[in-house]
Design a protein around this ligand. Sequence first.
Ligand code: MG
Length: 203
Amino acid sequence: MKIICIGRNYADHTDELQNARPDEPVIFIKPDTAIAQSNLPFFIPEFSNNIHHEVEVLVKINRIGKHIQSKFAHKYYNEIGLGIDFTARDLQQKLKSKGLPWEKAKAFDGSAVVGKWFDKSTFGDLSTIPFALYKNGKVVQKADTSLMLWNIDEIIAHVSQFFTLKIGDVLFTGTPAGVSAVEKNDKLEGFINEQKAFSVTVK
Ligand code: MG
């Protein structure tokens, strides 16, 4: 399986990092080795001193497809979740400044937290799903899916022009504002639609 991530999909986060607002979705991929082992802590890797949390709504693909039209995209997923796109911000800035790809900063082992999955029927309207990330009991990121620049179906349509989507692939749909560095012993808890999706301790 592969993990396809969307960058700069919330205007408030794009602005907080002083990035230009994109005119089409920004895409990058993480390998399956990026998936964090559940029930294990997140270990800060030695190559970074500035690992940021990015809480994101996740979508699990349940049918193979390519060139999927937006109006049919809803047939390609049944489950929605919540996760973290851990980012080595210092390394990412260095790579970006040289015009190089972000992979080392985004796709390293353990960088993709994939929380609990929920049947999409439990959400009602998918365009207004609330979600939040708490760090040590305090809310640090809070948004809802109406703030996405491209919604789930539009993301699937765009991504599938370039990459065949396969059963079990996971989409990370971008993070809202509020990203910040994690420190040892931080506890990160994610909630979607008031339901707890994950709890991760940083080590
Ligand atoms: Mg992200």
